[in-house]
Ligand binder design. Sequence first.
Ligand code: C5P
Length: 211
Amino acid sequence: MIIAIDGPAAAGKGTLSRMIAETYGFHHLDTGLTYRATAKALLDAGLPLDDEKVAEKMAREVELAGLDRDVLSSHAIGEAASRIAVIPAVRSALVEAQRAFSLREPGTVLDGRDIGTVVCPDAPVKLYVTASPEVRARRRYDEIVGKGGVADYHRIFDEVKMRDGRDMGRADSPLRPADDAHLLDTSEMSIEAAFQAAKTIIDAVLTRQIK
Ligand code: C5P
């Protein structure tokens, strides 16, 4: 059983994916972390982000077991990740590792930008989780301020729009809903309500598979 969850930055897909994986006892992979780990390795080594050969080598060295959200969460790493994510050789290296992960038993939840379209096009459940750019920027702002940080809403809003532009506009595997994805707009939805909506969709598929 593979559950593919895609959507733009800060739409709530990470939290939702973790809740789903926990509920069903499935393995979870936040594929954004694989792009972030590749970007961080390049930044730490002082290497350029646009050298295809070097970036591909770093991508092939990423260990899925060692991915740590706390170490990879900074805005600078996210930006660098979205820049190296346009390189086809980096994508194919990471997609290979993500596909291998998706086959783990008893099931997996993968979240990212191209899971339903490229990584696992045959996944029986595909969700496209989105929210308006204003709501996503507001959530990110609240998260930073909630942790005692300082944030500028307008700047975050501009960054959200810029990241969307890069992820949706790239030539290789642009962010878009798969034709058979269920759309979940969380702009006016609590995470609990989004989870219930997702659970209804997943349970219907599981029941059909058992029959
Ligand atoms: O989701 P997260 O913000 O951690 O992802 C960082 C960047 O990695 C995204 O902006 C996107 O460019 C890239 N990414 C991708 N494909 C995925 C997951 C993430 O291109 N499946």
